[in-house]
Design a binder for this molecule. Structure first.
Ligand SMILES: CC(=O)SCCNC(=O)CCNC(=O)[C@H](O)C(C)(C)COP(=O)(O)OP(=O)(O)OC[C@H]1O[C@@H](n2cnc3c(N)ncnc32)[C@H](O)[C@@H]1OP(=O)(O)O
Ligand SMILES: CC(=O)C(=O)O
Length: 526
């Protein structure tokens, strides 16, 4: 089977996504991760466009890569200039990469409206830029910007621009759906026509595809192009990119490798894909998309009882691939959509072995369904689920009991607000009465509880709240609405989430905080 070259543009087109700003250090870390993943090309940035990209290419000189070539990106020369005199091209050469990707206009609309030059001059810009880069010892990838729109509106001109790049020595002609408006049928027709043209004209360059996701078809379009002969595929990790993003490499790669049979990276490298996706979202400071295909936390999460029952008998019933082949894992969720199979699975995870028809299992399931009807959501609060299981099985440890709680908020003349909480907590026979303040009633309550408990359980000192989420259920009821609070806690070695539900936000928070502490103590004991 012919080789497909994976071309990652996370560091260039991905950086054009609203909300992303990579530092030079970030770019280097991502580049090495992509190299480990085994992509053939990494588009590192546009030398001359900004100081960070200049520095990135400077720093690159001291770095070595095992699998990837790093390409510098640039436009064709400016109209009316010689390529040798173009400052942008000088900077690209100074970056010192073996490969340069240059983009040129293939849609006559852009030549008139964007560049404001003649059609002939644009063809000269393309040909002279590629020739200059080749003369300067670079290998050239030509991005045919707006290829598909251009080909639809003025096919002769689009083909002439592509031919100009090929004639001057571009090794790859990458057809770009720059506006992301195409559907797979249009991609197929256009790529088929280009391929026939290249064969008829004896153009040696390989064909590539670069798609944007404005119609949610970027991945499908890239795959359609591969079916028709594209051998270089552009994309970004997590689909980051200008506007709605680029083709998502985290879907493209496994689709090409596991479904279409191309070997782009080794099975071990493919097994790192989920880690790479999370690493890049962490570096980009964006929350990972839990529902992303292949690499999302929910990609192999089974919630419906029917699904769980079948997956346990044969995973193929509800999984299109083996999750571990992309470094992901199966998860079983517990909710009011669960059946006995979900509960049995979770019980086994917690170390409890039960027969399917044991009344204890049905009792836990019935409790879950009842509490979810009252506003609880256990799939998001696995620690509270575990405490509920222990309660139902009568093995929940009574670390402490809250016998009283008082909170107050006070506003000061300088508009600042302080809160105070007083708690009465029983540990065995001892009764602790403590108070603490905080910047809100929940932090004051949390501080007062810890203060009461730390003498009995020193490990409480290492526990802290890391996240606090509130959701109002049935908001149409106004102040009588139910409040659901999720609290994430940590002890420095792990994190867990607990839940509280009540019409009173303090009570809901209190339940979640108490369960957070209780779970932390039981975790420490185990
Ligand atoms: C489809 C894509 O994603 S292409 C990549 C887009 N990415 C970016 O634009 C990010 C980096 N860009 C930048 O830092 C800046 O835009 C720069 C440094 C490239 C240019 O900055 P400026 O010189 O200030 O120009 P500005 O951004 O206002 O306008 C773009 C210029 O590029 C020209 N241009 C656009 N495409 C091309 C091309 N293929 N070949 C030559 N020139 C081009 C435009 O005609 C315009 O020049 P003009 O104002 O002289 O007519
Ligand atoms: C080159 C490029 O990023 C595009 O045409 O979308």
């Amino acid at each position: 089977m012919e080789r497909i070259y994976l071309y990652d543009t996370t560091l260039r087109d991905g950086a054009q996504r609203e909300g992303i700003s990579f530092s030079v250090e970030d770019k280097l870390r991502v580049a090495h991760k992509l190299d480990d993943l085994g992509v053939a090309f990494i588009e590192g940035g546009w030398p001359g466009a900004n100081p960070k990209d200049d520095l990135f290419f400077e720093r690159l000189r001291g770095e070595s890569f095992k699998h990837s070539a790093v390409a510098a990106f640039c436009s064709t020369r400016r109209p009316g200039l010689r390529a040798e005199a173009d400052e942008g091209l000088k900077k690209v050469l100074a970056a010192g990469t073996e490969w340069v990707t240059t983009f040129g206009k293939c849609w006559d609309l852009h030549v008139h409206a964007g560049l404001r030059t003649s059609l002939e001059e644009n063809l000269a810009m393309i040909e002279e830029t590629v020739a200059f880069l080749r003369f300067s010892g670079r290998r050239v990838i030509f991005d045919c910007e707006h290829w598909f729109d251009g080909f639809a509106k003025n096919p002769d001109y689009a083909l002439a621009s592509l031919q100009a790049a090929a004639r001057a020595g571009a090794e790859w002609l990458v057809l770009c759906d720059t506006n992301g408006g195409m559907l797979p049928k249009q991609i197929r027709e256009s790529v088929g026509a280009v391929r026939a043209f290249c064969e008829a004209q004896d153009l040696a360059a390989g064909l590539g595809i670069h798609t944007h996701n404005d119609s949610e078809t970027a991945v499908a379009n890239a795959l359609a192009a591969v079916e028709l002969g594209a051998r270089m595929v552009h994309g970004t990790i997590n689909g980051y990119g200008e506007r709605c993003g680029n083709a998502n490499l985290c879907a493209l790669l496994p689709n090409l490798q596991l479904k279409m049979g191309y070997e782009l990276v080794s099975p071990d490298q493919l097994g790192c894909l989920t880690e790479v996706a999370h690493f890049v979202s962490e570096v980009a400071n964006l929350a990972p998309n839990d529902h992303a295909a292949y690499v999302g936390a929910s990609a192999f999460a089974h919630k419906g009882g029917i699904h769980v029952s079948a997956v346990q008998r044969n995973p193929q019933t509800y999984e299109h691939i083996v999750p571990e082949s992309v470094g992901n894992r199966r998860r079983i969720l517990v909710s009011d959509q669960a059946g006995l199979s979900n509960i049995l699975h979770k019980l086994a995870d917690l170390g409890f072995r039960f027969e399917r028809h044991d009344p204890a299992v049905a009792h836990i399931l019935q409790q879950i369904k009842q509490l979810e009807a009252e506003g609880y959501q256990f799939e998001a609060a696995e620690a509270s689920f575990e405490l509920l299981v222990r309660e139902c099985l009568k093995v929940r440890e009574p670390f402490f009991t809250l016998e009283g709680l008082y909170t107050a908020c006070q506003t000061f003349p300088d508009q600042s607000v302080r809160s105070e909480a007083t708690v009465r907590v029983r540990v065995g026979r001892a009764l602790q009465h403590t108070a603490a303040d905080g910047n809100g009633p929940v932090s004051a309550l949390d501080a007062a509880l810890r203060k009461a408990l730390v003498g009995f359980y020193p490990q409480v000192a290492s526990m802290h709240l890391v996240d606090y989420k509130v959701r109002i259920l049935e908001g149409n009821l106004g102040t009588s609405a139910l409040t659901r609070v999720l609290v994430e806690s940590s002890d420095g070695t792990g994190r867990w989430t607990t839940i509280g539900v009540s019409p009173n936000i303090i009570e809901a928070s209190c339940r979640a905080v108490i369960e957070g502490l209780e779970y932390g103590l039981s975790r420490g004991r185990r």
